[in-house]
Design a protein around this ligand. Structure first.
Ligand code: AMP
Ligand code: MG
Length: 361
């Protein structure tokens, strides 16, 4: 069996190492390992060093609340309880938000898949293909209808267990952006694994450029988008998977089957002002597949996306199209009669000036 994970390199600096350094007189950089991923932050302005210290402390605090493997976290306590748990207002709110998104995505985003993803080995490292009887039994414990939130009380039934792994980093990025803004920082770029959060624009006033990995060759980029003040969140079947008997099994679980999703999307990048929603939707779109994701995007025009399909097409929503650059020419942009009108396509810009690559370790 072979296991591949975006976290392999990150383990080298496990233990929440924090390195602060000054890049220019008014720029600070820091990095840490948290929420099972390697995070790097860059902020400009005179308060940037203090603001990034606060961001680091806040992310570590949120990790203590949301960690699914820590029995003392809010999520750990919910998962070992057989009934109501009194949790922090953040945990209660994020679970409530997750339940709403579950409805909005017709069940594709589902925080209750922990019992099955644990059985597949995605949280323990004991990767294997369970037999169908085991999956069917564990599926009885899943379903967002088994979780209720009332103020700070979260109640689970039928052995349901929650896992905020598909939404927590987006939430953390959003909170981090708020902290930076409260500290007067108007220009920053945060990378929380595959989650990029842009604060304002670059110090020179131009947009941040965020690269989107080529899912078939993750050392290079397939495309890039330029954004100001938005989250750019990518989920991909390549991020974490294992192989058994020639089949690849990824870490995103199909709530209908309890098995790693077999998607026609290799990656889904969601771009918008609400980083929490972007994170949840990027995971949901992988489950929904290209057509259902496209239907969602047709209705929710405030959300933009770049979807890369298994047959080498890239779907780009109209709202981001002017800020999109194709880099890897083996992909073709999906002609979409309603969202992308003919003649609106730009030529690929091979000299695109990258500020950050959407690298996931
Ligand atoms: P992401 O990397 O944001 O796509 O999130 C993937 C993580 O979300 C997984 O590692 C699981 O912790 C969790 N997850 C897996 N499948 C789902 C799903 N269908 N809905 C919500 N969360 C999921
Ligand atoms: Mg996600």
């Amino acid at each position: 069996m072979m296991m591949k994970t975006k976290h392999a390199l990150a383990f080298l600096c496990a233990g929440a190492c924090l390195i602060m350094s000054a890049c220019t007189p008014e720029c600070s950089e820091s990095s840490l390992f948290a929420m099972d991923t390697y995070m790097t932050f860059k902020a400009y302005g005179e308060n940037s060093t203090e603001a990034l210290s606060q961001v680091t402390a806040e992310i570590q605090r949120l990790e203590k609340l949301f960690s699914v493997t820590d029995p003392n976290s809010d999520i750990g306590r919910i998962n070992s309880s057989l009934g109501p748990s009194d949790v922090s207002s953040e945990t209660a709110a994020l679970i409530a938000r997750s339940l709403e998104i579950n409805k909005e995505t017709n069940g594709a985003f589902d925080i209750t898949l922990y019992p099955v993803s644990k059985e597949w080995g995605f949280t323990t490292g004991s990767y294997h293909v369970p037999d169908s009887e085991t999956i069917n039994e564990l599926m009885k414990q899943t379903g967002s209808d088994k979780v209720t939130v009332s103020e700070n009380i979260v109640t689970v039934s039928d052995g349901a267990q929650a896992d905020l792994g598909g939404i927590a980093k987006g939430y953390a990025g959003q909170i981090a952006a708020e902290i930076l803004k409260e500290n007067g920082v108007t220009s920053a770029l945060l990378s929380l694994g595959g989650n990029i959060q842009a604060i304002g624009s670059k110090p020179d006033g131009t947009a941040w450029s965020v690269g989107i990995k080529d899912p078939e060759n993750t050392s290079q980029l397939a495309a890039a988008v330029s954004v100001c003040d938005k989250a750019v969140v990518t989920s991909g079947t390549y991020e974490r998977f294992f192989e058994e008997n020639g089949t690849a099994y990824c870490h995103i679980i199909d709530p209908k089957t309890g098995c790693p999703v077999q998607s026609d999307l290799l990656s889904a990048t969601v771009i918008g002002y609400d980083g929490t929603l972007c994170d949840a939707l990027s995971t949901a779109f992988i489950v929904m597949g290209q057509q259902k994701a496209e239907e969602y995007l047709n209705i929710h025009t405030d959300i933009d996306a770049v979807l890369i399909t298994t047959d080498h097409r890239i779907f780009v929503t109209n709202g981001i199209f002017g800020d999109f650059s194709l880099i890897e020419n083996s992909y073709s942009i999906i002609p979409h009669s309603t969202l992308i009108k003919k003649g609106e396509r730009s030529e690929p810009d091979r000299n695109f000036p990258f500020s950050i690559f959407n690298f996931q370790f």
